[in-house]
Design a protein around this ligand. Structure first.
Ligand SMILES: C[S@@+](CC[C@H](N)C(=O)[O-])C[C@H]1O[C@@H](n2cnc3c(N)ncnc32)[C@H](O)[C@@H]1O
Length: 300
């Protein structure tokens, strides 16, 4: 099975943002279908190197047969550890295209898409213990409410959490369709798709611990990058983008960064250019691009 690797989002902008040096070392922490990686390789010379990560075993099916390329089937929250294992301490650029791949969305049984009925799964790493089933059937009402409120930004989180808890006492909630049916009565018809997407997003973020992984990854990037090395990061929702933006600006996620004796802020990165979003044309061709936000930064 070859994964779908057409339509990498903001391809030229993201790879262009890396300012690739022919014999540099680059990392793509979200390999997926390999679209961005293939483009990076086109810009690398004989002595260049590209190391990619993806926690989904399915991504291995798209690996690239090229002596300059290595694909690591691990979570990018451990990026530094695995690069070190392969003898890499410093890199010239890191690309990330966060979130779910079109393959994961389109593969019905993975349970990521509101379009299909499937077992409650939503794990990007199919070896992980925590699945959507565990979240929906085992989390207590308070935790369910927190997940739906924080990660889905859902006003109706309290009633959704209460309903899930009372319904699962009758029988376990096993499928995405069951979950939909249970919660549908609280959704105005015209907003049903939007609300369902928010519910799925919330559960998915919790299952994959996406924000924790993102923070751990970002914190490792300044140490990994050579001076002048680049970060090119695409986010797909505001929770992600907020963390990326804050980290580039302040080198931290909360609070205020330290100032030197002159009152200048000491941060490891500087922003390159403005926020980049896809054109209407790209969105027309690739609906997954519609919420993409690209930020580029450079190690000072
Ligand atoms: C949006 S897709 C990337 C698509 C890719 N840029 C392309 O051109 O085909 C995101 C990929 O990142 C992977 N991923 C998401 N979070 C991850 C994490 N914490 N560690 C490793 N891989 C992750 C997913 O499994 C998915 O395959």
């Amino acid at each position: 099975m070859q994964m779908d690797c057409h339509n990498p989002v903001l391809l030229n902008e993201t790879v262009g943002g890396l300012n690739i040096k022919k014999n540099g070392v680059y990392v793509d922490v979200t390999f997926g279908g390999g679209g961005h990686s293939r483009e990076i390789l086109k810009h690398l010379g004989e002595d260049g190197k590209l190391i990619a990560f993806d926690q989904d075993q399915d991504a291995l099916l798209n690996t690239i047969d090229d002596k300059r390329f290595l694909l690591i089937n691990e979570n990018f929250r451990y990026v530094k550890r695995f690069l070190k294992f392969y003898g890499v301490r410093k890199v010239d650029g890191i690309l990330a295209d966060f979130g779910v791949s079109s393959h994961q969305f389109d593969e019905a049984k993975r349970g990521f898409s509101t379009r299909f009925n499937a077992d409650l799964d939503m794990r990007m790493n199919q070896q992980d213990k925590l699945s959507a089933y565990n979240v929906v059937n085992n989390y207590d009402e308070g935790d369910l409410k927190r997940v739906l409120l924080q990660y889905g930004e859902l006003r109706q989180a309290p009633v959704f959490a209460r309903t899930i808890v009372s319904e699962r006492e009758k029988e376990p909630i096993k499928t995405t369709e069951q979950l939909k049916q249970i919660l549908r009565r609280y959704m105005p018809e015209r907003r049903e798709n939007k609300i369902l997407a928010q519910i799925y997003q919330a559960i998915r973020i919790e299952v994959n611990q996406e924000l924790e992984a993102l923070k751990e990854f970002l914190l490792q990037t300044p140490e990994l990058l050579e001076t002048g090395g680049r970060l090119s990061l695409i986010s797909y929702h505001s929770l992600e983008d907020r963390l990326v933006k804050r980290f580039i600006r302040d080198g931290m996620f909360e609070g205020q960064p330290d100032k030197d004796v002159f009152g200048n802020v000491e941060v490891p990165l500087k922003r390159i250019g403005k926020l980049i979003v896809p054109t209407q044309e790209e969105i027309k061709l690739n609906n997954r691009a519609r919420s993409a936000k690209l930020r580029i930064a450079e190690k000072i």
